[in-house]
Design a protein around this ligand. Structure first.
Ligand SMILES: Nc1ccn([C@@H]2O[C@@H]3COP(=O)(O)O[C@H]3[C@H]2O)c(=O)n1
Ligand SMILES: [Zn+2]
Ligand SMILES: [Zn+2]
Length: 247
């Protein structure tokens, strides 16, 4: 089974020349959006992908470059498409996402719209538990070490493709996944050290060649072009380009 991944953005949170680091995953006619940052609606528009074409959205954590586009998605689905889109997220992000991020814009007491469930078909995922979304597409949330006390999850697709979302460098996890047969590592990459909340290029360069060869770097800053040729056996994933992987 093959699946396609198209980054609708590859930029770090404050990048200005790249959109937010969000991904479309195409598998057997099913389209999953991983993260929906504040630039996602514009990026999808530029790609000619309508919000209605997305079958589900998965959220890794509540930083704006990963959830800032959800308000538009919610309003468009409620008032234009008049249906709910599945929203996949860790059980312990449900309350945080509504109470701390979305409620201010989406709550409408006059219409008794008071929860995430009023807009979305919420699918709460347990970590370390593979969930089949569609024949040929399984997702598993792996806890990520990003901001202390703030839940954040990497995503494992079909047990083979690791999508880090935002995480500090976790060498042991990458080695473990490599030995378990993971074939691709899509990893966030802060170009300069020290990395306080992201993996840095220097840290990723400590990985053995066998893992680097499987690694595509994402969530990078505007000066990424200056680092081409300086990433060992790793390469930068390109925004908007569609990559096909066996998984
Ligand atoms: N302790 C922190 C917290 C946040 N940040 C920056 O804020 C950004 C929020 O989105 P991000 O993509 O997680 O990247 C974070 C850091 O750039 C940071 O540099 N240090
Ligand atoms: Zn981010
Ligand atoms: Zn983050």
């Amino acid at each position: 089974m093959s699946l396609q991944i198209q980054m609708i953005g590859t930029g770090s949170a404050f990048a200005k020349t790249y959109y937010n680091n969000n991904a479309l995953v195409y598998a057997g006619g099913f389209t999953l959006l991983i993260d929906c940052g504040y630039t996602a609606p514009r990026a999808l528009h530029e790609l000619g992908v309508s919000l209605e074409q997305i079958d589900a959205v998965l959220i890794s954590h509540t930083h704006a470059d990963h959830i800032g586009g959800l308000e538009e998605l919610a309003f468009r689905y409620m008032y234009t498409f008049k249906r709910k889109i599945p929203l996949l997220l860790s059980t312990n992000l449900e309350t945080i996402l509504w109470e701390q991020s979305l409620r201010g814009g989406l709550e409408n007491l006059a219409e008794d719209v008071t929860s995430l469930n009023d807009y979305f078909e919420v699918v709460a995922l347990s970590e370390h538990t593979p969930t089949t979304l569609h024949p040929g597409l399984t997702v598993e949330l792996l806890p990520a070490d990003h901001i202390p006390g703030k839940p954040c999850y990497s995503v494992l697709l079909n047990g083979k493709i690791f999508f880090s979302a935002d995480t500090r460098f976790n060498g042991p996890l990458l080695y473990e996944l490599h030995h378990k047969g993971c074939t691709v590592f899509l990893h966030d990459c802060q170009l300069y050290s020290p990395g306080m909340v992201h993996a840095t290029l220097d840290e990723l360069l400590t990985l053995p060649k066998a893992i680097q060869q499987k690694t595509l770097l994402m969530h990078y800053g505007d000066d990424m072009p200056q680092f081409i040729g300086k990433t060992g056996d790793m390469t930068f994933i390109e925004q908007f380009k569609t990559y096909t992987f066996e998984a």
